[in-house]
Write a protein that binds this ligand. Structure first.
Ligand code: FIX
Ligand code: ZN
Length: 425
């Protein structure tokens, strides 16, 4: 039988690269590997709608730059009243030029809600008609986000009982077991772990280490997390054998061995200065430059562990790329928090592609409000398409030819595929 020659796939001419890349990046589904969203079955834990969008802690911090209201008085206000104040200050009295404000408008536009009338009560009415499940379906479809990784914390008094009861999981929402309470505030964690039947003491004795491992095993079995995660301060030090600090001993002797045993990565989010202004609550965290040497030494000391790392300081980004070139058990991700602005996203994405090719996950959304998926990914896709177009154009100018399936393959990797490969191997 005559073998048919493989279908000839036409190459992309220079003139078509831009439109092809933009179209492909726009339609490629996303694996959003770090958010604060929840399976809709978890009810009120999943924040959604205009009042949550406006009272997002990024906008709270920005609004306080325009008013001197007593902090306690602001926090005593209801969410709708906080939203009214923020809408007035950041959208009506001043043009909403900040990324967080523009994001709210992008969400409304994507949902087909007209903000031009600037009628907040009318905007509220639009959101009232959607049930949580319909809202989730609509936003995931519009944002083309296929998978969302949650941030799950057994120390959260609202969340823990829901996990103990169990529910039929929405497979679009994957779990990540968060360890800040155990690792960063160990003294406060001890009594709670003991209350839950884990025989731990403040001293991180071998018995305590064994019991922390049991705690991790129990929650890994319950949550089936795709990674364990912790947010670390800029001063976090290498948890070497001689370290005395509980966090170091717990990471080295409990977390990393458990991650190896379950073959799941450990995610370190490094560089947060917690509650620099405590009166701003969750909006009060700041940023500090961390020592990249800690990341390098951990990747070197534990070659059988896989590390997902994002760093909060812009000044850490280039050295994080170089560290990733040295260790294939290090996968870097996201333009986190204060980096999630177009000017910095473009700079970081460009340097990552130039130093690491496609072996990265350049963005996560960190969404706290469901609707934010629409802006955090809508804005990022534009920037990614622009940077990728430049890179492919550079290639074309060397005479290299590109096909549409190759661009589709690359976009899929960058928008979650490289992460999926990393967590599997
Ligand atoms: O530690 C984290 O997961 C941070 O992303 C959050 O604490 C932070 O408030 C946030 O949502 C940033 O985008
Ligand atoms: Zn986060």
């Amino acid at each position: 039988m005559q073998r048919r020659s493989p279908k000839k796939i036409s190459t992309l001419p220079l003139s078509r690269i831009k439109s092809a890349v933009h179209e492909i990046v726009q339609r490629t589904p996303i694996h959003d590997i770090h958010t604060h969203l929840y399976d809709p079955a978890l009810g009120p834990l999943l924040l959604r709608g205009i009042d949550e969008l406006l009272s997002y802690h990024y906008l709270v911090a920005e609004a306080f730059r325009y008013h001197r209201m007593d902090y306690a008085r602001f926090w005593a206000m209801s969410k709708p009243r906080q939203a009214d104040l923020i809408w007035d200050l950041l959208f009506l009295q001043n043009s909403p030029v900040s990324e967080s404000c523009r994001g709210v408008l992008t969400c409304l536009q994507a949902l087909g809600i007209d903000a031009k009338k600037r009628d907040l009560p009318l905007i509220r009415k639009h959101f009232e008609k959607w049930s949580a499940h319909d809202h989730v379906d609509r936003v995931l479809e519009l944002s083309r986000v296929g998978r969302v990784v949650m941030t799950n914390n057994p120390f959260d008094d609202l969340e823990r009982p829901l996990w103990l009861k169990g529910w039929k999981r929405d497979e679009r929402f994957q779990a990540a077991l968060r360890l800040d309470d155990v690792l960063v505030t160990w003294p406060q964690a001890v009594p709670r772990l003991r209350e839950w039947g884990y025989d731990v003491t403040l001293e991180t004795s071998p018995r305590t280490i064994a019991e922390v491992r049991r705690y991790l095993d129990d929650w890994i079995k319950r949550m089936k997390p795709i990674y364990l995660a912790v947010s670390l301060p800029p001063c976090f030090e290498f948890p070497g054998p001689g370290s005395r600090a509980p966090i170091s001993k717990l990471i080295a002797n409990a977390v990393l061995p458990v991650c190896r045993g379950h073959n799941i990565p450990f995610a370190m989010m490094i560089g947060v200065k917690k509650l620099t202004n405590p009166q701003l609550h969750v909006a009060g965290d700041s940023v500090g430059h961390a020592d990249i040497g800690v990341v390098e030494k951990m990747c070197d000391a534990w070659p059988d562990n896989r590390f997902l790392v994002t760093m909060l300081s812009r000044e850490n980004q280039h050295e994080l790329c170089v560290a990733a070139r040295k260790f294939h058990n290090l996968h870097i991700f996201g333009c986190w928090w204060f980096l999630n602005n177009p000017s910095i996203i473009e700079e970081i994405t460009r340097e990552r592609l130039e130093l690491l090719g496609l072996s990265i996950t350049p963005q996560h959304s960190d969404c706290r409000v469901l609707d934010q998926l629409l802006y955090k990914w809508g804005h990022f896709r534009e920037i990614l398409a622009k940077v990728l177009t430049e890179k492919y154009t550079d290639l074309a100018r060397t005479g290299w030819t590109l096909t549409t399936p190759e661009v589709e393959r690359d976009a899929k990797k960058i928008l979650g595929g490289s992460f999926q490969t990393f967590i599997k191997n």
